[in-house]
Design a protein around this ligand. Structure first.
Ligand SMILES: [Zn+2]
Ligand SMILES: [Zn+2]
Length: 397
């Protein structure tokens, strides 16, 4: 199995062919943007996707409520999955675009409308040209933003019903050059966990602290001690973040409250570091608070693991980008992102890679001013099409 063998598959003209119909997908992207739908409510969106896929000859299977799987078979061969996320966010759009959200308080502020249009543009090309051997499964996933879509698809038997040899996904990235791809080796996006922490003491008069157990002082010591986790427990060659993002307690200067509540976010890039945080943070919070006579109540809420790219699949995607779009389309380097993605769950099940596509300068993801850049639909769709042809080349065993 060699890269040379893969790239021997015919790839000429992919970009040109997709370019012929890209205007339709720009219009589709703007239509999806105008009708954003929140997690697990993407009924209009998934009906639109299903109808298009059926029209192009895909077998369409609904899964996980509003999820859609489009399958295209072209003889015996390998099985490839490509995923796009389809949900919007509870944000009130402030772009002023003519096709801005028609739904107050709901917005495609993460570009999932763009990811969907990119995959659909590739889907149409692949159905019309069929220059591959094997099976293609296109996964249109709901509810990425609440971190539940991928898990629910897997829980409903995604990989039992549709066995795949590899899976790929991408995310647009504001601040990265328009139309250029980033291929990050190994950990690409952070794992995330949350801790809800309550310190229970004994309330009393602010003038008689000896008769109370002060949860404010205990919470302050706990926050200070938390700084030692990254500094002293995490391997210095690994990255991690421990942030106390919220703290609430008390209401008056002369009253010692009964309790103080805190919310923490924990970020990590490897299973090992994630385990260190999961062990040390609760142990330290409990120990410090108990030493000061208070009681700790800890709700440790696991989120996603880190997105960890598989080396062979990342290389295949990179080679496909070089072959179809040229060297200018590939960024020499891109640093891992501290944001999180539920694509991580797929990569725990099957080999694959998660790629980044520059959206150009502009407002960040999840901003009410964020604008998906329609100029990246063409390179995005070209990459998916070229990758499918390379991965599902008849020459490859
Ligand atoms: Zn998002
Ligand atoms: Zn997103």
């Amino acid at each position: 199995m060699t890269i040379a063998g893969r790239i021997a598959a015919p790839q000429g003209g992919v970009r040109e062919r997709i370019a012929e119909s890209i205007a339709e997908f720009v219009a589709l992207r703007q239509e999806l943007h105008h009708h954003p739908e929140l997690a697990f409510q993407e009924r209009r969106t998934s009906a639109r996707i299903a109808a298009l896929l059926e029209g192009w000859g895909y077998e369409v299977t609904p899964l996980a409520g509003t999820g859609v799987i489009g399958t295209l078979r072209n003889g015996a061969g390998r099985r490839l999955a490509i995923r796009a996320d389809i949900d919007a966010l509870p944000i009130h759009e402030a772009t002023g675009l003519t096709f801005a959200s028609a739904v107050p308080g709901v917005m495609h502020a993460c570009g999932h409308d763009g990811h969907t249009a990119i995959l659909l543009a590739a889907a149409r090309y692949l159905a019309e040209t069929r220059r591959f051997r094997g099976t293609l499964h296109l996964i249109f996933q709901p509810a990425e933003e609440i971190g539940q879509g991928a898990r629910r698809l897997i829980g409903e038997g995604l990989f039992d019903r549709f066995s795949v040899d590899a899976i790929f996904g991408l995310h647009n990235w504001p601040g990265v050059e328009e139309g250029r791809f980033g291929f990050i080796e190994g950990p690409a996006m952070a794992g995330i966990d949350q801790v809800d922490f309550r310190v229970r003491g004994k309330g009393g008069h602010g003038a008689a602290p000896h008769e109370a157990v002060d949860p404010v002082v205990a919470a302050a010591h706990a926050i200070t001690a938390l700084q030692s986790v990254v500094a002293r427990n995490v391997d210095p060659l690994e990255a991690a973040v421990v942030t106390v993002g919220a703290i609430h307690g008390g209401a008056a200067s002369n009253v010692i409250p009964d309790s103080v509540e805190m919310k923490l976010t924990l970020r990590s890039f490897s299973a090992r570091t994630r385990e260190v945080l999961a062990a040390r943070v609760p142990a330290l919070l409990t120990g410090v608070v108990q030493a000061l006579g208070a009681t700790a109540y800890i709700d440790y809420r696991p989120g996603f693991p880190a997105v960890v790219n598989h080396a062979a699949e990342l290389r295949i995607a990179r080679e496909a980008a070089l072959a179809a779009l040229g060297e200018g389309a590939v960024l020499p380097t891109l640093a891992p992102r501290t944001a999180s993605e539920d694509f991580a769950w797929y990569l725990q099940e099957v080999p694959g890679a998660f790629l980044f596509l520059g959206n150009g300068e502009g407002a960040p993801l999840h901003s009410p001013e964020y604008r998906f850049n329609d100029a990246i639909l063409l390179p995005g769709a070209t990459l998916w099409a070229a990758l499918a042809e390379a991965f599902l080349s008849g020459d490859i065993q």
